[in-house]
Design a protein around this ligand. Structure first.
Ligand code: ADP
Ligand code: ZN
Ligand code: MG
Length: 520
């Protein structure tokens, strides 16, 4: 298969996502009073409604409707006041009712959008954007100072319910093939679920990943779900097709299902772009099919092909009256909207003069955003930028690897102290990394570690001058080469001086003094 960079020269990927999110923060199920609880003993949270017994009548969960309206308002959707629930034919033992209650052509939330901020390093994945000047717009994309913003349409967000869970016994790895019998647990049946469908507006795997990240940040801020990919409370299906650059017509899509991480979504889509390009370039056709991403084998495989449109026999549910959301209800929900990630980014930029890039990456995770804010309660405003650097470049990766920032030996106060030492040139950036590691390891204050390890940076110009003179005297040929125009050798001289001071020289000062001597 060709590499992605090659493929992108001739083909434009077109991607749309379907995202399911369980409203795990609710107390009870969608249409009955059964408790929502992950991991409870099988079939302990069931009743006549979620078991589909004859005559049992559903009652919608008002808190669930509030959650979906919150989700719609936070993603710039129009809230549809008049909607209804439908029955969708579904014959499988994990749903005892033999239908799923869902929504029809009109969902509670329609016609929304999210703006994605994509970093400079990914700019070439969006065709034609690199050539735009900051502020210039092309289709749904605007070039920014440090990348671009893509406006991604949200078709709808509708309300539905989850099915139960099947456990197949006797086969390999719990698969249905070879199983002797199957068990079913209805605890999950009737869990309130929202499904968000995007327009086919995404153009790269990175955009798809960013969309999911952003949606997750929003749902977490709204506190409507724990959004755990591992427990499957948020899951995405990726629809993808290719078309020749410069053409408008959509190609045939495939759908990637059962994606259990944002990285899998990204990698699966990337693979699918290369696979589809190969098929098309060899004169083949893409079949509309559902494929599965196998992360260990790094390829997608066919799950099922779709020959005809599905016929779910949808019809309005006669047990549930049509919905009329009042303006008061919608306004009451709007009043509950918390600060959303985009607003937080803006506040961080305005309050502490951070760049859009820094503010965005701080806000990406709640822990890093909270940590930064805790630091800024005591830190001088001048330290905002170095603190952002520390958090984005070092702490975010450590948090990813399991460091609990809210309870580690590096308290906000210690982070402020460490950054203060760096900003005042008391220690070099390399020493800063050693101090950080030691704080986490030994649970001591940065200043104490600097003291104990004798790490003070040498900023005494007299001492440094002696070192510099010696380095220059030892390398007369390189000095001549530098004066002959090889100015790149400055780095070599700085390196030699750092070595001579065993890493304790102030590199900024050494740089300045060297440049003065060599150019003077
Ligand atoms: P289906 O009828 O197969 O469910 P939909 O039209 O409902 O397809 O769209 C499902 C998802 O697929 C949406 O996110 C949509 O944006 C996306 N989509 C639709 N057509 C294409 C296409 N040709 N290429 C990529 N994505 C597409
Ligand atoms: Zn129930
Ligand atoms: Mg569809």
């Amino acid at each position: 298969m060709k590499k992605i960079e090659e493929v992108l020269k001739d083909w434009e990927p077109v991607i749309g996502l379907e995202v399911h999110c369980e409203l795990t923060k609710l107390e009870t199920k969608m249409f009955c009073g059964c408790k929502l609880e992950f991991g409870a003993a099988p079939n302990t949270h069931t009743c006549p409604v979620c078991l589909g017994l004859p005559g049992a009548l559903p009652v919608p969960n008002k808190a669930a409707i509030e959650s979906i309206v919150l989700a719609g308002l936070a993603t710039n959707c129009d809230i549809e006041k008049h909607t209804m629930f439908y029955r969708k034919g579904y014959m499988y033992p994990d749903m005892a009712k033999n239908f799923q209650t869902t929504q029809g052509p009109k969902a509670f939330c329609m016609r929304g959008h999210l703006d994605l901020d994509v970093d400079e390093k990914n700019i070439n994945e969006r065709y034609g954007v690199a050539e735009l000047a900051p502020g210039e717009t092309f289709e749904n994309v605007t070039r920014t100072e440090d990348g671009y913003t893509a406006k991604v349409g949200i078709t709808r967000i509708h309300m539905e319910e989850d099915a139960g869970k099947m456990i197949h016994v006797g086969g390999a790895e719990g698969r249905i093939e070879g199983a002797t019998h199957s068990l079913v647990d209805y605890n999950r049946a009737g869990t309130p679920l929202i499904e968000l469908v995007t327009e086919p507006d995404l153009r790269s795997p990175e955009e798809a990943r960013l969309f999911m990240e952003k949606l997750r940040q929003i749902f977490l801020a709204l506190n409507i779900s724990d959004c755990s990919m591992e427990e499957g409370s948020i899951r995405a299906d990726g629809n993808i097709s290719l078309r020749r650059r410069g053409t408008d017509q959509l190609g045939t899509k495939t759908e990637l299902k059962n994606i259990n991480s944002f990285k899998s979504l990204h990698d699966g889509l990337l693979y699918e772009i290369c696979r589809q390009a190969e098929v098309l370039e060899e004169g083949g056709v893409i079949y509309q099919e559902t494929r599965h991403w196998d992360a260990s084998k790094k390829r997608t495989i066919v799950m099922r092909t779709k020959e005809t449109a599905d016929d779910y026999r949808m019809f309005p549910d006669p047990d549930l009256a049509p919905y009329d959301l009042s303006d008061e209800f919608i306004e009451r929900v709007r009043a509950k909207l918390p600060e959303l990630p985009d607003q937080k980014v803006k506040r961080f930029q305005e309050t502490w003069s951070l760049s859009a890039y820094d503010a965005r990456h701080l806000v990406e995770h709640r822990v890093t955003a909270n940590f930064f804010e805790a630091c800024m309660e005591t830190a001088d405003a001048k330290l905002a930028k170095p603190l952002a650097n520390l958090i984005i470049n070092d702490l975010a990766a450590m948090a990813n690897d399991g460091l609990d920032l809210s309870a580690s030996p590096l308290s906000p106060a210690r982070a402020v102290e460490l950054v203060g030492l760096l900003a005042s040139d008391a220690i070099s950036s390399k020493q800063g990394k050693q101090v950080l590691a030691a704080v986490l390891d030994e649970d001591k204050d940065p200043a104490q570690i600097v003291e104990e390890k004798g790490m003070k940076q040498v900023s005494d110009t007299g001492a440094l001058e002696a070192v510099i003179d010696k380095v220059l005297a030892d390398n007369p040929d390189k000095v001549a080469a530098y004066k002959g125009g090889k100015t790149g050798l400055l780095g070599f001289f700085v390196g030699q001086c750092m070595k001579a001071t065993r890493g304790q020289g102030n590199p900024k000062l050494i740089n300045q003094m060297l440049a003065q001597k060599l150019n003077g």
